[in-house]
Design a protein around this ligand. Structure first.
Ligand SMILES: [Zn+2]
Length: 203
């Protein structure tokens, strides 16, 4: 059954050819510019009505079939871009978010991705509890809000040193979230970090 129209006429995994036309796939990489730095990341698609609805179902309604579709889309990017990695990292949800919804959506994406390779998930990025919900904030406020939001678990320092990792997240809006997580991985010795996200959105 198609995840979007729920019609029973799939000739492809997850999404029928008709609905697939409404998903704006994203080819190649995108960039976040932060002062002197330019950070590259990949998204599987642009943020559209269809993607928004799917993200809502995955994030708030425990629809893990949607999660599987997203994870497959990320795996396709990994394949197409010939991305090599030793470990899988992800942007952790806030503790209050996990408490309210019961799970961490990016961690679930990471575990599905892990099923298809022999890599390990490193739960090395932690999130402070005092960050506000990003949704209602302006771009500047989002960057400020997340500045001190993430920290690295020092127990993983030896493991990550000189390794290639992928960093998984659901949506990139300003890029602040992935940027600060990227920084944690970089500052703690990761050699190469590829950022992989489901959707690219605008504020
Ligand atoms: Zn459909």
């Amino acid at each position: 059954m198609c995840l979007i129209c729920r019609k029973d006429k799939l000739n492809k995994d997850f999404i029928c050819l008709c609905c697939e036309k409404n998903i704006k796939s994203k080819e190649g990489s995108s960039y976040i510019k932060i002062e002197e730095e330019v950070l590259k990341y990949y998204s599987t698609s642009y943020y559209s009505h269809e993607i928004r609805d799917l993200l809502m179902r995955f994030k708030y309604k425990k629809d893990f079939n949607v999660g599987r579709f997203f994870a497959y889309s990320i795996l396709e990017v990994i394949d197409k871009q010939h991305i090599e990695f030793d470990y899988i990292c992800y942007v952790p949800a806030s503790k209050s978010g996990i408490k309210a919804r019961g799970y961490d959506q990016s961690k679930i994406l990471a575990s599905i991705i892990r099923e298809y390779n022999n890599k390990t998930i490193l739960h090395c990025i932690n999130r402070n509890n005092n960050t506000r919900e990003q949704k209602t904030l302006s771009s500047e406020e989002r960057w400020e809000n997340l500045k001190e939001a993430f920290y690295f678990d020092n127990r993983f320092k030896d493991k990550i040193k000189d390794k290639k990792v992928i960093l998984i997240d659901d949506v990139v809006t300003t890029g602040a979230t992935v940027y600060y997580c990227y920084k944690q991985l970089k500052n703690n010795g990761a050699k190469e970090i590829n950022i992989l996200t489901v959707a690219k959105s605008k504020l």
